[in-house]
Unconditional design. Structure first.
Length: 549
């Protein structure tokens, strides 16, 4: 038991970037403390009365498995005294063993209202963690990719809404949405404190990227959306809190230790002796006003598998007629990072919270809508903008120049003389799961190219929306929207795609299994305290084995 007055571990440990000899472990504590993991330690830094540390561990052996504990000011605090799960272990890279990369998006916390609990169903990530921890012989995944909507700032749980009402008047803007940094911290605490997920995060290298609900629904959908939200008196404070909390809870752990050491904001935070809120607020304001100021995208090298996580929200250029999913600097970084030294790579994984390839009818509709939004006819443009915001028409297909450039990048990788075996875009956001294989007219690539979508981990999609998404794959809807696309003079895509699996509308997690140049996708859904497999798909081969839905 922790002695009275000693610091306590509030969240974590969360195992973040892991290399061949290095690892980073993140924690949140209730007061200042020195955090020790193995032979490494770090002093917490303070942000508006909250305390955090990121412990960088060096000198590990490549391809090793090292159990670890956490202490605060010399007092043991992890594993917890009543822990039932296996020890937390750091598995370093470098062995060339088969990989398991688990991914998904949209994880809503557990509400305390029974009706809402039934509507949401079982948490797929909790069920996956429970099943994994129940088998002492099992090894944690090599990476967990959380592809957006880690928290729901615009739609908190009933228990958080009641808490908000105790600290401010929720009858005034922003009403029952979060308003400041303390409220964001509450969201992360609620989401990451359950025992199953907490253990999984402690022993699995975890990469994260934000999507709209981490800030607000439809964040950066369009220039009109942004102009409207900036007129709200609460928006500046909200966005500042969102970006500061994202930097702390998600971003800094995505970076390798040497990359983080070169980050000027991290350097200022580590050198500060008091509250670092002014430093981080300044950095957040700069990032909000200038998409070139911060690159939230990042790269991990998992032995011979390359992972690129792409920011498809904050880096957008929204000027009508010049819209881009990524600014020029970010796009150039993506092209360079994804396409270089392919002889050293067997598989390329691109994490994009928003799918590149959608149900075809929805793809056509978004491409047509973008053209109409840019119409010189104010009535047409206004109606198109309303449709864009109401129907969430803001994926890659709604940024056609970016779609074409991203498609060209994937095609170039797949046709390179040193092409990897597979190129897969891993996505979430759309609250259903599916897999498609991409084909490029007139080109027979050496690599197989896929769009793999897994969403949600724990969220509900109303029946009418399910119907719309199913229709999006139907031939009549595709024919109609293709005609609308031509009418809008939006060019047809330089890629076609064939649906291999789905759509599945239940909560799910997906796993890419990699062994040498072979790869396989598995999608699983929760069944009590286990995750039952829904489908398996061999990637890069023509053999496909469908299991029962």
């Amino acid at each position: 038991m922790t002695p009275p007055g000693s610091p306590r571990l509030l969240l974590g440990p969360v195992l973040r970037h892991v290399g061949t000899t290095t690892a980073s472990v993140w924690v949140q504590t209730d007061r200042p403390a020195t955090v020790r993991v193995l032979d490494s330690h770090a002093r917490t830094f303070e942000v508006a009365g909250h305390h955090y540390a990121l412990v960088d561990i060096d000198g590990l052996s490549p391809a090793s498995a090292t159990p670890y504990t956490v202490s605060l000011d010399g007092q043991h605090c992890w594993p917890l005294p009543d822990a039932k799960q296996p020890a937390s272990v750091i598995h370093t890279r470098g062995g060339g063993d088969p990989l398991r990369v688990v991914f998904g998006s949209c994880r809503y916390p557990k509400p305390d209202e029974p009706k809402r609990v039934r509507a949401l169903g079982s948490d797929a990530l909790d069920a996956y963690a429970a099943e994994l921890s129940a088998d002492p012989a099992s090894r944690p995944p090599d990476a967990l990719l959380l592809l957006g909507d880690q928290v729901y700032a615009d739609n908190p749980t009933p228990q958080v809404r009641r808490w908000l009402a105790t600290r401010r008047d929720v009858r005034r803007p922003p009403w029952q949405e979060v308003a400041d940094f303390a409220e964001y911290a509450r969201l992360y605490t609620e989401s990451w404190q359950d025992s199953e997920l907490r253990w999984l995060l402690s022993t699995t290298p975890t990469a994260m990227i934000f999507d709209d609900h981490d800030v607000r629904d439809d964040w950066n959908t369009s220039q009109a959306w942004l102009a409207n939200i900036r007129r709200q008196s609460w928006w500046e404070t909200r966005l500042r809190a969102a970006l500061v909390s994202y930097w702390i809870y998600q971003h800094i752990g995505n970076l390798a230790p040497d990359e983080r050491a070169a980050d000027p904001t991290w350097t200022r935070v580590r050198e500060a002796t008091g509250d670092t809120w002014p430093i981080l607020a300044e950095a957040a304001d700069l990032a909000a006003s200038n998409p070139y100021a911060v690159r939230w995208s990042f790269r991990w090298d998992l032995d011979r598998t390359r992972l690129i996580m792409v920011d498809t929200r904050a880096a957008r250029v929204l000027t009508e007629g010049h819209r881009s999913m990524l600014d020029e600097t970010e796009f150039a970084w993506l092209e360079r990072s994804a396409g270089e030294d392919l002889a050293d790579v067997d598989h390329v994984l691109v994490g994009s919270s928003l799918p590149w390839l959608l149900p075809p009818a929805i793809d056509h509709a978004q491409a047509a809508n973008e053209r109409y939004c840019g119409s010189r006819n104010r009535l047409v443009a206004g109606l198109a903008e309303r449709a864009r915001q109401l129907a969430d028409l803001e994926h890659w297909a709604a940024f056609q120049r970016s779609f074409a450039r991203f498609t060209a990048l994937l095609r170039d990788i797949a046709t390179d003389p040193d092409a990897p075996a597979t190129v897969s875009v891993l996505s979430g956001d759309v609250h259903h799961s599916y897999a498609v294989r991409a084909e490029f007219p007139g080109v027979v690539p050496d690599a197989s190219v896929y769009q793999l979508v897994c969403s949600p981990i724990h969220q509900a999609l109303p029946g009418p929306f399910r119907a719309v998404l199913r229709i999006g794959w139907s031939r009549p809807a595709i024919t109609l929207t293709r005609w609308l696309r031509r009418l809008a003079r939006a060019p047809l895509p330089e890629v076609s795609w064939t649906r291999l699996r789905g759509p599945y509308f239940h909560n799910a997690v997906a796993t890419v299994h990699i062994a040498g140049r072979a790869a396989e996708l598995a999608v699983s859904k929760p069944d009590g305290l286990t995750c039952g497999q829904v489908t398996r798909l061999s990637l890069g081969e023509t053999r496909e084995a469908e299991l029962a839905d």
